[in-house]
Design a binder for this molecule. Sequence first.
Ligand code: BG6
Length: 486
Amino acid sequence: MVIFGATGDLAKRKLFPSIYRLYQNGRISENFAVVGLARRPWDDETFQENVRQSVAGANSSDADLDAFVSHFYYQSFDVTNPSSYHGLNGQLQELEGNYHTEGNRIFYLAMAPEFFGSIANNLKEYGLKDAHGWSRLVIEKPFGHDLPSAKKLNNQIRAAFSEDQIYRIDHYLGKEMVQNIEVIRFANGIFEHLWNNRFISNIQITSSESLGVEERARYYDRSGAVRDMVQNHMLQMVALLAMEPPIKLTTEEIRSEKIKVLRALRKIDPETCEGHFVRGQYGSGQLNGQQVGSYQQEVGEASATETYVAGKVLIDNYRWAGVPFYIRTGKRMAEKATNIVVEFKDIPMNLYYQDKEKNPNLLMINIQPNEGITLCLNAKKAGHGSVAQPIQLSYNNTGVHGINTPEAYEKLLYDCMLGDTTNFTHWDEVANSWAYIDSILNAWAKKQPDFPNYESGSMGPKAADQLLEKDGFHWWPISEDTKEEF
Ligand code: BG6
C-alpha cells in the first residue's frame, strides 16, 4: 500500500490504526508493506515512530507493534517530479520481492485534491500501476466542488485508471449502522411492507457535530456544509433509505438501485429554494458550559460559508411521491450524533391519545455515538382508563458487539484489499449527487445570507424548525430518548 500524504492527519488518525487492527485480527498477513510518501525529509525510522504513536494513541492494545511498524517505509516525494515515481517503482519492486505481495498495489491518495489527477496520470505514465498484480486507486473527498469540476477530475483519473480500479471513499458507507440500513429494511417484513408513501409520513436524517472547524478552516471555508456533508454522506444515507430492494446482493445491483434514487431527487428551484433549504452559520455561544467564539472569528474574516444546512429532499418516484426526507447537518451544534428517524403515519382516529398529544410510531436508526435501533410504539398506561403512552423497544448494537465493532476505515480498507467496491461511491453516484447539490448552490448564489444566524451549542437556526412545522411535523430529539442501554 502506497499512502500519498502519509504525514497528514487522516493517515495518522484513521489509516495507521485501521491497518493495525486488520493486522491484529488476522485480516492481513505478514505479507504486506506500506510505503508512506510526503514532502518532509523523513527516514523510515521517523515514519515508523510516527505510525507507532498513532497506533498507540488510538488502540487499547499495542501487541506486536514492533513487528507491525517494521512493515512501514518512507520516501520523501515530489508529486510533480518523474524521478520520485521512478524511485518509488524501484522500491515497490524490491518490497514485492521481500514480502511476496505478487505485484498487488493500492495507491491511497490522502492529500490535497488538486493533485489527484496528475498523480493518477503519473502512476500510469511511469509504469507504477502496471505491475504484474492488480492496482487500485483510493481517493478521499472532496471529489470536485461542483459537477463540472468533478467531471473534469473524473476524466483525468479515468485516463489512467478504469472505473473498477477506483475506490472513492465515503467513510459513512463503512459505518456499521449505515451498512445496517439495508439489512433492517430488507430482512424485516414488518418494515419493508410499510416502507413507502402509504405508511411513512416523513424521514429525518440528522448528523450534528459539536466541534467547530478548528484547523480545517482553510478547506472548510471554500467548501461549506452542503459540499462537505450533504453531497456525500447525507445523500448516501438518503439513497440507502429510499432504494428498491436489489435483485441480488452484488455491487452492481445495489449500486444501480442507489443511482436510481439519486436520479429521482427533485432539483431545487431558485424561486422556491427558501422553502426547501435553510443555511446557517454559527455565532458565538455556550458549549459544554464554555463560551466559544463564532465561525467568523475562527476563520479570521467575514465569510458567507454555511456551517449548517437543513433541507427537505423530495424523491420523484412511485414509492416516495409526497414523502419529505428532511436532512440536517452542522458544526457547533448541541451534541455530536448521527441518527435517522422514520416517522410512520398515524392511524386515522386514535382514540387512545390523551390531550390530543400524538405519538406516531417511529423507527430510529442510531448511527453514532450509540449504534442501534429504537422502535417507538404506544401501549396502555397502567391503571384505570385506556390511555396510550409511548414506549420504546431498543437494540443496542455496541452493547452486543462491544469494542469488536470495526471502525469505518478498517472495513473500507479491507473491502478495497478484497476488490469489493460496494461501499465506495461509483462515478454515477457522484455525478448525480453533484447535479442535485449544484441546484441548491445555484439558488443560494442569488442571495447573500444573513450570517451568523444560530448560536454555538444550539440545534441550528429557527428557520430549520419552521421547515418542518409548515408541513405539520417537527424534528424528533436526536438522542436523549435513545440513550438507554439495551
Ligand atoms: C467528514 C467531513 O467527511 O465527515 C467533516 O469532512 C466531518 O467535516 C466528518 O466532521 C464527520 O464524520 P463523522 O464520522 O465524525 O460523523
